[in-house]
Write a protein that binds this ligand. Structure first.
Ligand code: ATP
Length: 239
């Protein structure tokens, strides 16, 4: 972790017609950190991530990523600047092969690196995908599809990876593998903003966290402080 602020959001709101999903949140992510965004269903976590990459209707006083004003950029440009979202529900292209899925992740963003070189790197990080390279993505297990969704996002060589509930619906052992992977990615220098329902494991791996409730930040702090806080203990850790 450095002190360099990579992402800085002030007064973010997301509204879908009359529904205010996010109501004026401030959020920062420093380079090298894992920051986790926690909260109940409907708290506004996915809307926040989607808003960051321009995929949800957003307003903000300020939205800066690596010195760039995000409010001025369309989604495809945001990816090229180095921020990529892995959306909830691991949306891989089932009828395409693993290899084709990966190349789609790299194709649009060739500006950020040589896709072939990035892919070689990726297959080292995900040996299971190397073994399944010419298999249809739809034939992979849920955990493998999540790996593929993450690998595809990494093909754009992001500086900041946004992960929306990567462990959702996966068996406990597979969840452990996903969290190990997230730790490996951080060790390789990636900065990560992680939305999770899995509060215990998220606070183990994260540096800091925010807890959203009804579209507002209810609690924030270091992961250690959050783990120890009575609010988290009561609401999520079953103390
Ligand atoms: P979950 O874990 O259930 O996805 P979340 O914390 O990620 O919860 P959001 O998905 O951001 O929460 O949803 C926040 C609120 O906005 C909810 O009330 C949801 O119904 C609403 N919402 C989300 N997306 C849309 C949309 N496209 N149109 C209308 N309302 C939406």
């Amino acid at each position: 972790t450095s002190d360099e602020i990579l992402l800085s959001i002030e007064g973010l709101t997301v509204s879908y017609g009359a529904v205010e999903a996010v109501r004026g949140i401030d959020l920062t992510v420093k380079r090298g950190e894992i920051v986790t965004l926690l909260g109940a269903n409907g708290a506004g976590k996915s809307s926040t991530l989607n808003a960051l990459v321009g995929l949800a209707p957003r307003k903000a006083r300020r939205m800066l990523f690596d010195g760039t004003d995000l409010l001025a950029l369309p989604p495809e440009t945001i990816v090229r600047r180095g921020m990529t979202l892995v959306p909830e529900g691991r949306r891989v292209f089932s009828s395409l092969t693993v290899d084709e899925n990966l190349m789609l992740g790299g194709a649009k963003h060739a500006a950020r690196g040589n896709p072939a070189a990035v892919k070689t790197n990726m297959l080292e990080l995900f040996p299971i995908l190397a073994e399944r390279l010419h298999q249809k993505a739809g034939s992979l297990s849920g955990g493998e599809q999540q790996m593929l969704a993450i690998a595809r996002a990494l093909m754009s060589s992001p500086d900041l990876l946004l992960l929306d509930e990567p462990s959702l619906g996966l068996a406990p052992q597979v969840v452990d593998r996903i969290f190990d992977l997230i730790g490996n990615l951080r060790d390789r220098g990636l900065t990560i903003l992680l939305v999770e329902q899995n509060v215990v494991q998220s606070l183990e791996i994260a540096d800091r966290g925010y807890v959203l409730a009804n579209g507002r930040v209810e609690l924030q702090g270091s992961a250690a402080d959050l783990r120890a806080s009575p609010e988290i203990q009561d609401a999520y850790l079953g103390a």
